[in-house]
Ligand binder design. Sequence first.
Ligand SMILES: Cc1cc2nc3c(=O)[nH]c(=O)nc-3n(C[C@H](O)[C@H](O)[C@H](O)COP(=O)(O)OP(=O)(O)OC[C@H]3O[C@@H](n4cnc5c(N)ncnc54)[C@H](O)[C@@H]3O)c2cc1C
Length: 373
Amino acid sequence: MPRVAVLGAGPAGTSAAIALRRAGCEVVVVDPAGPSCAGGAAGLDTPHPLSLSAGSLGAAGESVPPSISGALARLGLGTADLDRDHLRSLGTASAWGAPDLEYRDYLLDGLGPGWHLDRTRFDRTLRAAAVAAGAVLVQDRWSSASRTAKGWSLTCLGTRLTADVVVDATGRRAAFGTAQGARRCFADRLIGVAATVPDPAARRHVVLEAAENGWWYASPQPGGRLTLALLSDADLVRREGWARPMGWLAALRATRHLDVPRDEPSLIVRDARSHLLTPSAGRGWLAAGDAAMALDPLSSAGVTLAIESGLAAADLIATGQVDSARHRQQLRCRFDAYLRQRREVYRAEQRWEGPFWTRRREGVTEARHLVAR
Ligand SMILES: Cc1cc2nc3c(=O)[nH]c(=O)nc-3n(C[C@H](O)[C@H](O)[C@H](O)COP(=O)(O)OP(=O)(O)OC[C@H]3O[C@@H](n4cnc5c(N)ncnc54)[C@H](O)[C@@H]3O)c2cc1C
């Protein structure tokens, strides 16, 4: 079995590591965040074209749907940790296409609960599971790689490693894949401007509200907190001054269903562009999770898909299909299907004609028409 270096210990990297260990591979996981902290998911995905001085680390307020339990079961993990460390989510309430909130209740739909995640704890649990499965976790940042006769020589800030195969699970930056010449095909310029504030209402639903040039979400967090985020295109955020507290608060006041925090918010900016890494694999490497394909946060599917993508990457490695043309084609088809579905969701909102909405209603639905950068 190959020796595998997994770069990134988010949900994709840790899931790949667990499955690779089960398949008998020697696995080293490299992440600057180390065993006990959240990394990229909780941090900023800069550099970004908006090039803002984006403030301190902070969570995006991720919520996961009931389907997370199936993905965790495939890792051999139950939902007891979710119930202990996270907040049960009842579903979503959205004002999308109409001004009033429409509730979608997971439990009433018979799907079981979702969860509002504490991402630091969630990632810590997955990292502990990877270590328990026998993976070696190295707290470092991968920086460069060269090919050897057998595989790779990897240089991190303070460590040198060799590996037969590399999994790029570095999140939206796709650090390893892009260093090998792969390009990211971006479908939009979406960014999230978010603040986490006290939540006296102690909500259990994610609230989504469409606005004239973007959309908002309010996502409860464990510990009586609430993440409020405005999603819009980088050029519109810049034009409207929404990455500054006064501009962001003014936009929030224009919503119908979201409460305005009393104190001035501390804002973070998150890259939220949809992209497909092209190619998503090469000789001796493949990408998993957001590094391979990143979706609009509207889907609330990123964490679940990252786990599934990590499992799929492990399977390809264990079966000797690292650079599989079939897999690359499948990923492209899935991204095309996602682009079509995304257009339909945005077309369901017809109240505004501003650039944010027209770009999405008329957006391309095939990755081959996107410009690789
Ligand atoms: C605004 C916003 C809201 C979102 N809301 C949701 C939601 O509600 N529900 C949901 O399911 N998803 C949501 N997502 C998506 C979700 O955060 C991601 O899909 C998920 O974190 C992807 O997991 P990953 O393991 O691929 O990457 P990440 O979680 O980004 O992990 C990447 C890891 O790689 C490490 N890394 C980076 N560079 C290096 C390097 N050079 N060397 C070594 N390690 C490196 C980082 O430290 C990090 O730990 C949201 C995203 C955004 C932007």
